[in-house]
Write a protein that binds this ligand. Structure first.
Ligand code: FBP
Length: 709
């Protein structure tokens, strides 16, 4: 570039107008940053206190009693306003504190507001209070990588998505060494409290850290975060304490906005099936909310598939009191048939297109896959233990891993007895495509979770769907319905009598349907010709009329798909107003729990499903919620993930509308367009539809119970 030209460009980019439109900041971002979320009533005054509420019961696991003796007796804490605090209370409340905070696991919209509220409350209580952010997740605690949170940083991130302020990571403080290092860091920094913002595994970690540091008087408070929505808490009597983790609403709204755009595109050019995989490692909460938000044509819900009972297999079971385990749960093959059924039925009414939502973790609910995951977890854990080496480091290539499995099957066969990996497993495993084998053999994350985001779930399912559609095409059952008017007009234009050809070509010509279906036996031009000749509509060996060929060709559906993955994009989205106020009040709850001496508690807001005026900040004891679960092939004490409750009103609604949203009838589809996430305006929902429906359902149940007396 010449010097003159460079000068010219330099002059141009420094112009006020150019600077304005290329600035990183913009009006909507400024508006977001300056938004002040409202506070729950209990935080309207200067002080709040906690009071244990023994009416909420928990059934404590023996292992929790053994491992977390100082935490299992914690009660649910109500947070209440203190109108006239005594001097002792005030002194304690205002005493100088240093609080550490860490993000753990995947980002979830709203996390910055937890920090913002904690910062605001801490500085209001005592301007010398310090908030320290651990960098890059729990590794920041282990390695003492910390940064002081300043007002400037907080203001820059208020109401913004991501975890950019202090970053995040997936490390787990799961060994004595890491625990000791973490404890050391907290002591060295003089922490009064540590706040762990994370999902089920991170809150599990918070309970263990609370136990570990109880002797040092370092409090540990958890915060329920995850877009997956699987941190939901009830007490032993089923009372909802935390209806949803933060970040879920935003992620679901973000996915829904984009998926509803696909619905619009698909109903415009009628050309593609859009296959939308949505995040949610295990539970299908996000997919359920997306279904409610968009009314996509088909949405798979993993938990629903796991509950499937095959009526044919059940009927075939001898009535001798034996149980046919093979009848329970859905197989991959059956799932592909279910999807094909929807595709074929829509095609029959001229809609060879649609939107299918697949939850990322759906395969975990498929019988044979679940068994593989469990078996492989155990085999890998055993290998690591016996060889004191990491299986994945040892066998880098897929082929090496498969060889190991083959050898294992052979050795175990020679030993006899019941084997974890037998020749049948080996054969089945070798039958699945390599990319899926690789997926099943990927390394578990630090918490022992299977990394479904690395498996091409959609490819596995759609591969089988495609194969079965080919079969259905060959057997003449997958056909594109032809509009009656189109058929009549086309034939008349070419001076061919539609009434002559209609009954020969179509199986439903005499029905009053809008869409005509070519007979199943007509599956090629050859069979078309045979049918027409047999009906004596054309002499033997003469040409089929061009209009008839055109109708036939039109009736052969091409199955064209576009696949999309909705996950990281929604996870990084700016929070909805719901998540902004939820997380801000969680941050205030954290500070209240800390000043009132709580530890091993998770900050939460009860009544999230109701109007904001009824939101009730609380502390939920973590240890009493924990139970034993298989992780990396071993039993571990963890916080239970909440799966989609098939009896919940939200799921019942989705099930009830399944047929309507499939729209396998002529006419428009039933799509719902939720629109983009907006900060204000009438179209913005105040909370997830799942929560609204579950709340409405509970009210109805209560009325029903009342009426029944
Ligand atoms: P968290 O449970 O840590 O919030 O993360 C949830 C999630 O977004 C899942 O939906 C997804 O399967 C996973 O994280 C992806 O993990 P990664 O960020 O390691 O690719």
């Amino acid at each position: 570039m010449t010097e003159d030209k460079a000068k010219l460009i330099n002059g141009f980019i420094t112009k006020a107008g150019v600077r304005e439109v290329t600035a990183a900041s913009n009006a909507s971002l400024d508006e977001r940053r300056s938004y002040q979320p409202p506070r729950c009533d209990v935080f309207s005054g200067s002080y709040s206190c906690t009071s244990p509420d023994p009416t909420y019961r928990f059934s404590v696991d023996h292992e929790a009693e053994r491992l977390l003796p100082d935490m299992v007796k914690n009660k649910l804490l109500r947070i209440e306003v203190v109108e006239s605090p005594d001097e002792n209370f005030k002194e304690n409340y205002h005493r100088k504190r240093t609080i550490g905070i860490v993000f753990s696991g995947g980002p979830a919209p709203g996390g910055h507001n937890v920090i913002a509220a904690l910062f605001d409350a801490a500085k209001a209580a005592n301007p010398s209070n310090r908030i320290l952010g651990f960098m890059m997740g729990p590794d920041g605690i282990i390695d003492n990588q910390v940064t002081e949170i300043t007002r400037e940083r907080v203001d820059a991130y208020r109401n913004l998505g991501g975890f950019g302020m202090i970053k995040t990571g997936r490390a787990k403080i799961d060994t004595e060494e890491k625990m000791a290092l973490s404890r050391n860091t907290c002591k060295q920094l003089g922490l009064d409290a540590l706040v762990v913002v994370g999902g089920d595994d991170s809150n599990t970690n918070a309970a263990f850290l609370a136990q570990e540091m109880a002797a040092d008087d370092i409090q540990v408070i958890g915060v329920p975060k995850t877009i997956d929505g699987d941190v939901q808490v009830r007490d032993a009597d089923g009372k909802v304490l935390c209806a949803m983790s933060f970040g879920f609403h935003t992620a679901a709204r973000s996915f829904s906005q984009q998926i509803s755009n696909l619905c619009t595109d698909c109903s415009s050019d009628m050309k593609y099936w859009h296959i939308c995989k949505v995040m949610g490692r295990s539970a299908s909460h996000l997919a359920l909310e997306v279904a409610l938000q968009t009314h996509a044509n088909m949405t798979l819900i993993g938990e629903d598939l796991a509950e499937y009972v095959d009526p044919d297999k059940m009927a075939a079971t001898p009535k001798s009191g034996s149980t046919n385990f093979g009848a329970y749960g859905m197989t991959l093959r059956h799932l592909s048939r279910v999807v094909c059924d929807g595709i074929v039925r829509r095609a029959a009414v001229g809609k060879n297109c649609g939107v299918l939502v697949i939850p990322e973790g759906v395969l975990e609910f498929i019988n044979e896959i679940e068994v593989f995951i469990l078996k492989l977890n155990t085999i890998i854990a055993e290998y690591n233990k016996t060889h004191d080496q990491d299986f994945h480091q040892q066998f880098l290539r897929l082929e090496d891993k498969l060889d190991y499995l083959r050898d294992l099957a052979r050795c175990l066969r020679q030993e006899g007895g019941v084997n974890i990996w037998n020749s049948h497993d080996d054969e089945l495993f070798n039958d699945i495509p390599p990319f899926f084998q690789e997926g099943l053999l990927t390394e578990r994350d630090a918490h022992g979770n299977f990394q479904f985001s690395l498996v091409e779930t959609d490819k596995v399912i759609m591969g089988m769907v495609r194969d079965h559609l080919d079969v259905l095409r060959e057997t003449g059952t997958y056909k594109l319905g032809i509009e009656r008017n189109f058929y009549t007009n086309l034939l008349k234009r070419d001076a061919v009598d539609p009434e002559h050809y209609g009954p020969v070509l179509f199986s439903n010509y005499h029905d009053s349907t809008d869409h005509l279906l070519i007979r199943t036996e007509i599956i090629s031009k050859k069979t078309l010709k045979q049918a027409i000749e047999k009906a004596k509509l054309i002499p033997i060996d003469s040409d089929i009329p061009a209009a008839i060929v055109k109708i036939y060709e039109k009736s052969v559906p091409k199955f064209k798909t576009q696949t999309h993955f909705y996950g990281y994009d929604g996870r990084g989205s700016n929070p909805t107003e719901f998540d902004c106020r939820y997380t801000y009040n969680l941050g205030l709850t954290v500070f209240s729990l800390i000043t009132n001496g709580a530890t091993g508690q998770m900050a939460a807001i009860m009544n999230l499903e109701k109007d904001f005026s009824r939101w009730m900040p609380i502390g939920i004891p973590i240890a009493p919620l924990m139970h034993l679960e298989e992780r990396k092939g071993k039993l571990a004490l963890v916080l239970e993930k909440s799966l989609v409750d098939l009896h919940s009103p939200a799921f019942q609604v989705v099930r009830a509308f399944r047929e309507k949203w499939l729209s396998a009838i002529p006419g428009d589809d039933n799509y719902r367009l939720p629109g983009p996430i907006r900060f204000a305006g009438a179209s913005e929902e105040t909370r997830p539809i799942t929560l609204v429906l579950n709340d409405l359902g509970r009210i109805d149940e209560a009325r029903f119970d009342e009426a029944r007396g």
